[in-house]
Design a binder for this molecule. Structure first.
Ligand code: SAM
Length: 183
């Protein structure tokens, strides 16, 4: 029953992209890639019901901030209930993140971008725009981390980022690929 909101939203909005939340195995693999002691500014694309968002907030220090970009208004209304002053919810597209952070919050660079948006459902140009803009939003050595069910976007990460890596989370059903790009 707890996945009901995902199913309802997927019927209305194809960009939701999944009927179940990210599994605990994938969340663990994401979290293991992050250095919470050094990071001060996080960005999340597509927080959905907040599975990863809540884990990030649990591990982030008090003086760290998380900007979460979510296009689906129903999820925004759920996420508001998290009620944590370090979480800034933005009902906008991931491709606008760089411009919104600069114009609205005077933030030019961030430490980590964590993305669970379904790139497969986006057109080729938009996939490229989001990955290239993410690169320019990151600090030196900043990281873009995402997981996908296919290798579709890995060539873009390899093309743009100085370092890239790919791991499979085999315990997830079906197995997923976690991609990491380091600036
Ligand atoms: C597969 S769900 C992942 C939800 C959650 N993060 C999780 O891990 O369970 C993808 C989420 O990305 C959001 N989304 C899709 N395209 C987006 C975009 N271009 N910008 C921001 N959010 C987007 C959807 O509304 C949905 O909440």
């Amino acid at each position: 029953m707890k996945e009901m909101i995902l199913i309802k939203e997927l019927i209305k909005d194809k960009n939701v992209g999944a009927i179940v939340s990210t599994s605990k195995y994938v969340v663990k693999d994401f979290i293991n890639k992050i250095d919470f002691e050094k990071a001060k500014v996080f960005v999340e694309y597509g927080p959905g019901k907040g599975v990863i968002t809540k884990q990030l907030l649990n591990l982030m220090s008090e003086d760290t901030v998380l900007f979460a970009f979510e296009t689906n208004e129903s999820f925004i209304n759920e996420l508001i209930k998290i009620n944590d002053k370090r979480l800034i919810l933005i009902n906008a597209d991931a491709e606008e993140a760089k411009m919104i952070l600069k114009n609205r919050y005077k933030i030019e660079r961030v430490d980590y971008i964590i993305s669970t948006i379904p790139f497969t459902f986006l057109d080729r140009k938009k996939r490229r725009r989001i990955i290239f803009r993410s690169y320019s939003l990151l600090k030196e050595n900043g990281k873009f981390i995402t997981y996908q069910y296919s290798l579709l976007i890995y060539h873009l990460i390899k093309e743009r980022f100085s370092k890239s890596s790919l791991n499979a989370t085999l315990l997830n059903v079906p197995p997923v690929f976690i991609f990491e790009g380091t600036k």
